[in-house]
Design a protein around this ligand. Structure first.
Ligand SMILES: NC(=O)c1ccc[n+]([C@@H]2O[C@H](COP(=O)([O-])OP(=O)(O)OC[C@H]3O[C@@H](n4cnc5c(N)ncnc54)[C@H](OP(=O)(O)O)[C@@H]3O)[C@@H](O)[C@H]2O)c1
Length: 257
């Protein structure tokens, strides 16, 4: 039965895999037997990530996914290098912080392009190839608890992550007849570069712990294990779902006793 959680013989493309949650996902996948293609912008950090994974079946592909025109070509290069992609993880992400009315149009469009347009286009490239070859596939999108609950100062980020949730459902329904499953994982506060300004602030760090029933921040591995499950044959009958991995934060009623 535990074999259903393994990914032997499969190849996964993980975006934003040079650090943080994406690197955790790539490491988990490699440990479960998969070959992995790592995509992010910084080549040096991609190479460093590949050497940390330490498997002979790792490829790196630099790409700025907020540049829509680069996205299809990146997928095709990855599929050609690795001999096909069975699993796609749309994880690359960034955040814009500040009052909603101060966010410039250019930054807003870049965020939409990175979180939504790149996910949409990569997923379509993936599905097209799977459908043409008659092979099944799995997509896991990385959303956020900010698609479920709100806090001030991150409206643009929350909007795009909520869009990912519905894109997950829509594509799941559309591609189920082709054996392509589409799910999402919504992480809570996770200790990475993205949240460095938060977990290095003692007040905020403690506030997150206090409001989280399981009493700590997530580590990238907490998120990666949920992604591994959804990508694996163990989740063969799960599609269109978002799995929230937040230590119970969204289940709890704030700090109200
Ligand atoms: N950390 C959290 O608390 C948390 C909570 C909920 C959801 N998430 C989501 O989890 C995902 C991973 O976040 P993280 O915390 O691991 O962040 P991170 O440590 O900042 O890593 C982000 C990754 O995305 C890549 N990336 C960023 N912009 C890119 C672009 N334009 N093109 C290609 N790659 C790009 C980065 O590499 P380069 O900079 O080299 O491109 C890096 O590999 C994101 O979607 C984030 O929204 C995180």
């Amino acid at each position: 039965m535990l074999d259903a959680f393994r990914l032997d013989g499969r190849t996964a493309l993980v975006t934003g895999a040079s650090r943080g949650i994406g690197l955790g996902i790539a490491q988990s996948f490699a440990a479960a037997g998969a070959a992995v293609v790592l995509v992010a912008r910084d080549r040096a950090r991609l190479d460093e990530a590949a050497s940390r994974i330490g498997s002979p079946r790792v490829w790196t592909l630099p790409c700025d996914l907020s540049r829509a025109e680069e996205v299809p070509q990146t997928f095709r290069r990855a599929a050609a290098a690795a001999g096909g992609i069975d699993i796609l993880v749309n994880n690359a992400g960034a955040i814009l912080r500040g009052p909603a009315q101060t966010i410039e149009a250019e930054g807003l469009h870049r965020l939409i392009d990175l979180h939504l347009t790149a996910t949409y286009r990569l997923s379509c490239e993936f599905a097209q190839e799977r459908i043409a070859s008659g092979k099944p596939g799995a997509i896991v999108n990385i959303s956020s608890i900010l698609a479920e609950i709100a806090r001030p100062g991150v409206a643009a980020y929350a909007m795009t992550k909520a869009g990912l949730r519905q894109l997950t459902r829509a594509l799941a329904v559309e591609w189920a007849p082709h054996g392509i499953r589409v799910n999402a994982v919504a992480p809570g506060f996770t200790r990475t570069e993205l949240t460095r300004s938060q977990w290095t602030d003692p007040t905020l760090e403690a506030a997150v712990k206090a409001r989280t029933p399981l009493g700590r921040w997530a580590e990238p591995q907490d998120i990666a294990q949920a992604v591994l499950f959804l990508a694996s044959p163990a989740a063969a009958f799960i599609t269109g779902q978002t799995l929230i991995v937040d230590g119970g934060l969204t289940a709890a009623m704030g700090g109200i006793p």
